[in-house]
Ligand binder design. Structure first.
Ligand SMILES: Cc1cc2nc3c(=O)[nH]c(=O)nc-3n(C[C@H](O)[C@H](O)[C@H](O)COP(=O)(O)O)c2cc1C
Length: 307
């Protein structure tokens, strides 16, 4: 049975994953934490925490609220910064068989380009994932990914600064995700990850105050799965580069829905909190489905639900 997939076919070196199951940024740390209850080398790829130029403490507490069928988070890119990542994490990753993809976040186009430049040639890093759900400080805090032009500007800047395969992670907080996807593909992305969290909030009626210290946060988990699945379906019809599906994937059946909608691979995020084995359970479930259905190659299922 073949589970391997190519997620950067247009890149000079390509990026072949042993299977389509990856971890979603911000939900699996750096993969180096010693609390894993399964062998993470079995996964297709690890996507690390969102990384910024400088170390960040993140947003005020509370930063997590449970909601019906999901959660709101406003972590705010708490991370060790790109220099410490290169010094402390990359050397560990360099000894791994599972590829590590570094998720980068910035407040200006320059931030993204600088980070991509610093990460160039660092052993242990297989690709970059550019998070364009970040507020563009120069544009009054609108997300870079809300608009095709600013999304393409970030993509081109990173493309010019890196020779690594580049995934661009789209935000659902836009009226025109297919337009953004096309602009980003045109600007040199090798693959697209979709989706990031949806903007939301919750209020404590006793305190008469928003529950999150940051007032708003990002909604993730099963609540967003239908939105994410539709985004994948729509974007898969608009671009010819691979799509990595993400959003509420909790079971193998969820993952297979995304693959049938047109995703070449998937990421598991919030599902890892209640079930730390979720990525491996999902991988094993996909294998079982292929075995049961007599399918020899996962690639046969990509986009099969499209007419
Ligand atoms: C606690 C938490 C932290 C996250 N941090 C990041 C991040 O740093 N960068 C990023 O691109 N996405 C981040 N995300 C978004 C996830 O990677 C994913 O796109 C989103 O949660 C939807 O997938 P899910 O429903 O499977 O969690 C974060 C999500 C959560 C829940």
């Amino acid at each position: 049975m073949n589970l391997s997939i190519q997620i950067a076919p247009k890149h000079q070196n390509g990026l072949i994953l042993a299977n389509p199951v990856m971890t979603a940024s911000g939900t699996f740390g750096y993969g180096t934490e010693e609390n894993h209850i399964f062998d993470i080398q079995k996964l297709g790829a690890i996507v690390c925490k969102g990384t910024t130029l400088e170390p960040r403490d993140g947003n005020p507490q509370p930063r997590i609220v449970e909601t019906a069928s999901g959660m709101l988070n406003s972590i705010g890119w708490e991370n060790i910064g790109v220099e410490a990542l290169i010094r402390e994490k990359a050397p560990v990753w360099a000894g791994w068989q599972v590829p590590v993809i570094v998720n980068i976040a910035g407040e200006s186009v320059d931030d993204y380009a600088k980070m991509a430049g610093q990460l160039e040639g660092v052993a242990g890093i297989s690709a970059l994932e550019v998070n364009i759900s970040c507020p563009n400080v120069k544009a009054g805090g609108a997300e870079f990914g809300a608009d095709p032009d600013s999304a393409a500007e970030v993509t081109s800047a990173v493309r010019n600064a890196t020779s690594l395969p580049m995934l661009v992670k789209l935000t659902p907080n836009t009226a025109n995700i297919a337009g953004v996807a096309m602009a980003v593909a045109e600007a040199g992305a090798d693959a697209l990850t979709l989706i990031n969290t949806l903007k939301g909030m919750a209020i404590d009626i006793n305190k008469r105050r928003p529950m999150l210290g940051n007032i708003t946060g990002g909604l993730s988990g099963p609540a967003i799965k239908p939105v994410a699945l539709y985004a994948v379906y729509e974007v898969a019809g608009a671009v010819d580069i691979p799509i990595i599906g993400c959003g509420g994937i909790t079971t193998a059946s969820d993952a297979l829905e995304f693959i049938m909608a047109g995703a070449s691979a998937i990421q598991v995020g919030t599902a890892s909190f209640p079930n730390p084995r979720a990525p491996l359970d999902i991988l094993e479930g996909i294998e079982q489905f292929l075995g049961k259905e007599g399918i020899e190659d996962i690639n046969e299922l990509i986009g099969i639900a499209r007419t």
